[in-house]
Write a protein that binds this ligand. Structure first.
Ligand SMILES: NC(=O)c1ccc[n+]([C@@H]2O[C@H](COP(=O)([O-])OP(=O)(O)OC[C@H]3O[C@@H](n4cnc5c(N)ncnc54)[C@H](O)[C@@H]3O)[C@@H](O)[C@H]2O)c1
Length: 252
């Protein structure tokens, strides 16, 4: 068990990659605070993870708000007395080009993807500093490196996250490690929403899968494997890095 006794917060934990990461972390012995917006899905996941002796606790809230992130850290400390790992995984697409996107959609996307990481890190880091150690893992995207049509706010926010990760690694190392993962196309609800920016969503997703060198979409479990490695002791010399995990699609 690679995370035995560890306390982790995971945002966007009720679906897609966040759910797979939560399941893997609990399987590896961590107690996990599940952050999400969907009360029913959150409670179901909490109960499923609690079977077979796992420990998970759902807290609902919008991560674009400072108050939600404060609450997540307060609950972790109140319930478990410490916080070892934070995975800031929640994300929003915010489709539209610079001239098309509404100001509200732009703001909401930047707040969900970027401010949420700033807020959660801001509350988590002092607790990690008290313990003299901690790990922050941020979900960015290959959209940080490669442009996608009509994804202006998404690309901008995901690229900003990489700069923020490197800056936080510098400010808070060696006690706290901070890294990013940059997934390519992974089979979650989000990729199907992303495909709506194109004329034939179904065809685009199929083409994207065959465009990878591995000839398939990623599975949420593929991402969970990398997340587990990066938060574990096995990655103790890794900080300030951004890892692409994309079936090789960025080679093209
Ligand atoms: N699926 C992909 O192809 C892909 C590729 C690269 C990066 N990503 C990133 O991976 C992360 C996880 O996405 P996913 O693919 O698993 O999709 P998903 O839609 O299954 O998960 C995203 C989660 O974020 C939550 N969320 C969104 N806005 C929120 C808010 N304001 N407050 C609280 N929760 C909020 C959603 O409810 C959802 O549970 C996202 O950051 C996404 O940008 C996804």
């Amino acid at each position: 068990m690679k995370l035995l006794g560890k306390i982790a917060i995971i945002t966007g934990a009720t679906s897609g990659m966040g759910k797979a990461i939560a399941e893997r972390f609990v399987h590896e012995g961590a107690s996990v605070i599940l952050s999400g917006r969907d009360e029913q899905r959150g409670k179901e996941l909490e109960s499923n993870l609690g079977k077979n002796g796992g420990n998970a606790f759902f807290i609902s809230g919008d991560v674009s708000l400072e108050s939600t992130n404060r609450k997540l850290v307060e609950e972790a400390i109140g319930k478990y007395g410490k916080l070892d790992i934070v995975v800031t995984n929640a994300g929003k697409l915010g489709l539209g080009s610079v001239t098309d996107i509404s100001l509200d959609e732009w703001d909401e996307t930047i707040k969900t993807n970027l401010y949420s990481v700033f807020y959660l890190s801001r509350f988590a880091i002092p607790e990690m500093q008290k313990a003299g150690k901690g790990v922050i893992l941020v979900t960015s995207s290959i959209a940080a490196f490669k442009s996608f049509p009509n994804h202006a706010a998404y690309c901008a926010s995901k690229a900003s996250l990489i700069a923020l990760v490197k800056e936080m690694a510098l400010d808070y190392g060696p006690a706290i490690r901070v890294n990013a993962i940059c997934p390519g196309p992974v089979d979650t609800p989000l990729i199907w929403d992303s495909a709506k920016a194109f004329e034939n969503p179904e065809t685009i997703v199929q083409q994207t899968a065959s465009n990878t060198l591995m000839k398939r979409l990623g599975k949420p479990e593929d991402i969970a494997s990398l997340a587990l490695f990066l938060v574990s002791e096995e990655a103790s010399w890794i900080t300030g890095s951004a890892y692409t995990i994309d079936g090789g699609i960025l080679t093209k």
